[in-house]
Design a protein around this ligand. Structure first.
Ligand SMILES: [Cu+2]
Length: 180
């Protein structure tokens, strides 16, 4: 009987620890890491004058992507249309507010956009053209948001349930040693 009470208490503690890890991991990992893209004037693939580095970025929904101009020329970050991008369309991303951002000519100037909508976003530089400068941001739907809400309430429901199966006296002594 005492073993039973301790077993239930141990299970409750272990579940609580696992839940805590899941919650903290889910909150920190996907949503908060912002992503940087350089607008570069050297070492470009295909030996173009300018390019976006990296040309492909994959981020979680809600992530802010910041483009930084590392050249002395002005650039834009502009969503594609088939006409402007040699047949490449805008991509499947549902965030219509990502359209165009002008990055000034000074070295270190930035353009930032927080992506809210899963899918792909094909973009190019209006000034230098798609053939010279283009990139793609892939936004993954947030898995963490729904998991966090579900697990956050779980520890409160798990703790009261152990006293049910074992007899009262044994259960109390077993539980006290664990909570204390
Ligand atoms: Cu450009």
């Amino acid at each position: 009987m005492q073993r039973r009470g301790r077993a239930w208490g141990a299970i409750g503690v272990m579940v609580g620890v696992v839940m805590a890890l899941v919650v903290s991991g889910a909150l920190v990992a996907p949503a908060q890491a912002d992503t940087a893209v350089s607008i570069s004037g050297s070492g470009c693939a295909g030996a173009t004058t300018f390019c976006f580095v990296p040309a492909q970025s994959t981020v979680a929904n809600g992530t802010t992507v910041t483009w930084t101009n590392q050249t002395t020329a002005p650039h834009t970050v502009t969503r594609c249309t088939p006409a402007a991008c040699n047949g490449t369309d805008a991509g499947s991303g549902s965030d219509a507010s990502f359209t165009s951002g002008n990055v000034a000519a000074s070295n270190g100037a930035t353009f930032s956009h927080a992506f809210n909508g899963a899918g792909t976003y094909n973009y190019y530089c209006q000034i230098h053209g798609y053939a010279v400068m283009h990139g793609i941001v892939t936004v993954q739907s947030a898995v963490g948001t729904t998991t966090t809400t579900a697990t956050a309430s779980a520890p409160t429901t798990v703790v009261p349930s152990p006293p049910n199966p074992p007899p009262p006296a044994a259960a109390v002594s077993g539980n006290v040693s664990f909570t204390g």
